[in-house]
Design a binder for this molecule. Structure first.
Ligand SMILES: Cc1cc2nc3c(=O)[nH]c(=O)nc-3n(C[C@H](O)[C@H](O)[C@H](O)COP(=O)(O)OP(=O)(O)OC[C@H]3O[C@@H](n4cnc5c(N)ncnc54)[C@H](O)[C@@H]3O)c2cc1C
Ligand code: FES
Length: 335
């Protein structure tokens, strides 16, 4: 039996046939819904059900039970069990169209032990993108690897922070021997992770590892901005030596409104005077009530999953929680 789906914002409608997901049916009907991984791993296709119900063959990784209870669903996995009225309001921002771009490595240098600071030179004036978005590096056989822009748009140079995965085809084998001047084909800009100016709420930014990259691009775009709300940044790493961006972040004090930087170390040495443990725990320790905040989460998928549930338990609104999950590419490929 087919069910009818209405989109509140655009007044578009389409039918979902038996066995189809909402996203598959939308694509068949040439209705655009934001999406990336299509296997329930990234959360980009999140919609809100104003009415109707859905089911999942397997409950998706990028949806928490709290979100499902609040009426959120992932269009790429959700199968309607009734007619639906859906809202795509949280992803209504428009983003530049992606394109294949021939780039070259402008600079490649280590950032601590296992992060590479990569700067790509793009042709002409560079590309238009929204801070928070990412690019795909296209490998010779067409496989792709995703990396977030770590700098806001400014000319033709773009920064990236690449964690070296031991044995990783791109981050270890290819980048391990790459030099300045090498050609790189990229597909960009991609993704919907971005700053939501309309929220007007104090910001809590939470990153683990190189998840700091898109957060850096967003926060640098807010430097000296009089409309910037108070910002607290939690950055989770293992050891003090891993905090490769500490000086840069500390230089934002006075340029971001009421900026508070909280590095959190999971394997701190004895001399460390700062916070220990995991970022999500540190946020809980510091905030009894999160109902007035906008929260941005970026990095390991497991951190994001846990944090969404824990923070929702402290009243954080899922309407003002934005996540960029660094899902591994082999998961994307095998989906
Ligand atoms: C939207 C998005 C944005 C991203 N942005 C960044 C970024 O800015 N900086 C960054 O460093 N990474 C980022 N990532 C993660 C990055 O894409 C992967 O780490 C990368 O694809 C690994 O490629 P590889 O060829 O070196 O490893 P592969 O050859 O694909 O994998 C080698 C082995 O390592 C495992 N593996 C792969 N990736 C990871 C990982 N991230 N952590 C642990 N184990 C892994 C695989 O399961 C496999 O066993 C992002 C991912 C997504 C989806
Ligand atoms: S596109 Fe649906 S979760 Fe990624």
């Amino acid at each position: 039996m087919a069910y009818r789906v209405h989109i509140l914002e655009t007044e578009e409608a389409f039918d979902v046939e038996e066995g189809e997901s909402v996203l598959e049916a939308a694509e068949r009907s040439e209705v655009k819904l934001p999406h990336e991984c299509t296997f329930g791993g990234c959360g980009t296709c999140r919609i809100k059900l104003a009415s109707g119900t859905v089911r999942y063959e397997e409950f998706p990784m990028a949806l928490t039970p709290e979100e499902a209870e609040e009426g959120y669903a992932l269009a790429c996995q959700a199968r309607p069990t009734a007619d639906l009225c859906i809202s795509v309001a949280s992803s209504r921002q428009t983003f530049p169209e992606p394109a294949r771009i021939p780039a070259t490595i402008h600079r490649i240098e280590p950032y601590g032990d296992d992060v590479i600071h990569l700067t790509l030179a793009l042709p002409g004036q560079g590309m238009d993108y929204v801070p928070g978005q990412y690019m795909n590096v296209v490998l010779p056989d067409g496989e792709t690897r995703s990396f977030s822009m770590a700098s806001p748009p400014a000319g033709n140079l773009v920064d990236f922070h690449v964690r070296r995965i031991p044995g990783g085809r791109y981050t270890d084998q290819w980048l391990g021997q790459a030099r300045a001047g090498a050609d790189v084909e990229i597909e960009a800009p991609l993704g919907v992770f971005s700053y939501h100016e309309e929220d007007w709420r104090p910001l809590i930014m939470m990153a683990t590892g190189t998840g700091i990259a898109p957060i850096k691009a967003i926060l640098e775009s807010l430097l000296d901005n009089e409309d910037c709300p108070p910002v607290t940044l939690y950055w989770g790493m293992r050891t003090e030596a891993d905090l490769y961006l500490r000086d840069v972040i500390e230089s934002w004090v006075g340029r971001l409104y009421e900026f508070n930087f909280v590095p959190v170390l999971s394997r701190a040495g004895e001399g460390w005077q700062g916070r220990r443990g995991h970022v999500q725990q540190a946020v809980l320790e510091d905030h009894e009530d999160l109902s007035e905040h906008a929260i941005y989460l970026c990095g390991a998928p497991e951190m994001i999953r846990q944090a969404k549930s824990l923070l929702a338990g402290r009243g954080a609104s899922l309407d003002h929680m934005y996540a960029d999950s660094f899902t591994f590419q082999h998961e994307l490929a095998s989906a």
